[in-house]
Design a protein. Structure first.
Length: 423
């Protein structure tokens, strides 16, 4: 007997979670299945809508204003600007992120010392906006080589930020190993466990504040790498800020990303509260149906478990997430074998210029206006399957800084459309 639901979402990233959440909030019986952990833990935790045009113009001030001029194949053109707004309103409601009060992109410093345009950002990053003219101190940790605070400060100063900026590197208080993971720092600050400082035990938050205090000088805000807790980041920022007399913020980091993990937790919590079911760790390996998906098969402990639904959403990711695969024979979508447009000549997949316009960056399935994948002949492949997120083609999310926004908007659109079919 197949496990039944009204809507089955395949994929547990930002697109899959947005799709499942939108459908469940519309009253549908939803099940989400995902093979791997969400890629959110590999992401910065920032949510970009559109930072640059496909031609490289930007950074854009108003991403919504630029969407109507995108190519017709772009996912934003498929779902429409109003749907993007609705999707972001849902995201704002469940995430607690900042930035929803305006259409304008915010500019945030990154761990590499660049300025990034983004539409939504965690509250922990809010005091670090590059448009803020308060003098800033960045604090790095000796063992965290991927956050060089003096380097960050020098690059921001060269970029002409409207504030004085310095960078200092400290040794994290206590006896953590030199190769300690960011989650170890976060756990210590979450629990406020005691650390040894000059032969006496001091709570970790107090010890960190004491170590940074002599470096603050005229700075009005202090930025740390994103290690300030997983369970209680707000309380940790407040405690450090009170003891140092400044505003404290986090700089988004690369993987493993605590802001990404926090966002993942919030979205799964919202999905659970919506009444949807979800299961991770087992892949979908096959399906039945021609023109209409009857059921899919999940591999679990060596067995093939059938799952059936009225409507399906494909949100398995792109080339990076293995939702789109390539080899010497071509490019394919591995779950439903949906058509992925590409040249038969592999040398046409990329540009000879390293910074050129690489066609592979836009590989993904092509859809109709309802996000249903199309065959090579332009026909709908399955009448009850929709695609969302980076499995879609027609855009270069890395160059445009649009990946999160497209995932949320198309996930929302696929979920609401699927829910309308089962009501």
């Amino acid at each position: 007997m197949a496990i039944e639901s009204e809507i089955l979402v395949v994929g547990g990233g930002l697109a899959g979670l947005s799709s499942a959440l939108a459908a469940a909030r519309d009253g549908a019986d939803v099940r989400l299945v995902s093979y791997k952990q969400s890629t959110l833990r590999q992401a910065s935790g920032l949510v970009d809508l559109l930072g640059y045009t496909p031609d490289g113009e930007g950074p854009l001030t108003d991403p919504y204003a630029a969407m109507p001029d995108l190519p017709a194949s772009h996912p934003y053109r498929t779902v429409g600007v109003e749907t993007v707004r609705e999707a972001m309103a849902m995201f704002d409601e469940v995430s607690g992120y900042e930035g929803g009060h305006t259409d304008t992109n915010a500019l945030l410093p990154t761990h590499g010392g660049t300025i990034k345009p983004t539409a939504r950002y965690p509250r922990g990053a809010a005091a670090g906006l590059a448009s803020d003219d308060r003098d800033t101190l960045f604090v790095g940790i000796e063992s965290m080589t991927d956050f060089d605070a003096p380097h960050v400060a020098d690059h921001l100063d060269a970029a002409g930020v409207p504030f004085d900026v310095r960078g200092e590197t400290i040794r994290f208080p206590g006896d953590l190993r030199a190769d300690a993971k960011v989650t170890r720092y976060a756990k210590l600050l979450d629990t406020n466990g005691e650390v040894a400082v000059r032969g006496r035990k001091v709570p970790a938050r107090e010890a960190l504040a004491q170590r940074v205090n002599p470096l603050v000088e005229d700075a009005e805000r202090v930025g740390f790498p994103a290690i300030l807790g997983d369970d209680n980041p707000g309380a940790i920022r407040d405690a450090l800020g009170d003891q140092m007399g400044v505003d404290v913020f986090e700089v988004p980091m690369g993987p493993p990303s605590l802001p990404g993990l926090r966002l993942e937790d919030k979205l799964f919590e919202a999905l659970d509260e919506s009444g949807a079911s979800f299961e991770t760790g087992n892949p979908i390996v096959d399906f039945d149906g021609e023109g209409h998906v009857e059921r899919v098969f999940m591999e679990k402990n060596g067995a093939r478990i059938p799952l059936s639904a009225d409507q399906y959403v494909l949100a398995t990711g792109g080339l990076v997430g293995k939702g789109v695969e390539s080899d010497r024979d071509g490019v394919s979508e591995p779950v439903f074998d949906c058509h992925v447009p590409h040249s038969d000549d592999r040398y046409d997949w990329f540009d000879t210029d390293v910074f050129g316009d690489h066609p592979f960056a836009g590989f993904g399935v092509e859809t109709d206006d309802d996000l249903r994948p199309l065959s090579a002949d332009g026909d709908v492949e399955f009448d009850n399957l929709r695609a969302a997120g980076s499995v879609l083609g027609g855009y270069d999310f890395a160059a445009e800084k649009s990946g999160s926004g497209v995932s949320i908007a198309t996930g929302y659109a696929a979920g609401t459309s699927a829910a309308a079919e089962v009501r």
